[in-house]
Write a protein that binds this ligand. Structure first.
Ligand code: 5GP
Ligand code: ZN
Length: 113
């Protein structure tokens, strides 16, 4: 499994740093965001370290990532939710391990800032 020494999410996935886990399986991990922007704010990520969407060549992994996001949204009883994938610093990406934000539980404005 690809790992990056200085990656917070790799450390969380390896249980070297604490986090609130929602679910995990062989290749995906879902945690609660430490600084939630909505009543439900989850982060869905692959166990394997990939910097971001722009550097991901694995279509199967991307499919499973989005399937996992949809499944946890359903499990959390979110009838409406937003998925966000920030790619690059200007987009707001601050942790460079691919992840999908799943936000729900309140009305969300459009467009985002
Ligand atoms: P990005 O800005 O890269 O799209 O999203 C990174 C997200 O990770 C942010 O929403 C931030 O609050 C969250 N985050 C940063 N550090 C930690 C951490 O140590 N634990 C958890 N659970 N979330 C974190
Ligand atoms: Zn990582």
């Amino acid at each position: 499994m690809a790992r990056e020494d200085n990656c917070i999410f790799c450390k969380i996935i390896d249980k070297k740093l604490p986090a609130s886990f929602v679910t995990e399986d062989d290749d995906m991990v879902v945690i609660r965001d430490i600084n939630p922007q909505a009543p439900t704010h989850l982060l869905v990520m692959p166990r394997s370290h990939v910097r971001n969407l722009g550097e991901c060549e694995d279509a199967e992994l991307l499919g499973r990532l989005f399937q996992t996001a949809a499944r946890v949204a359903r499990d959390q009883k979110l009838s409406s939710f937003r998925t966000v994938v920030n790619t690059g610093p200007q987009s707001g990406q601050s942790v460079f391990h691919l992840h999908i934000h799943v936000l729900g539980g309140r009305s969300l404005r459009w467009p985002p800032g």
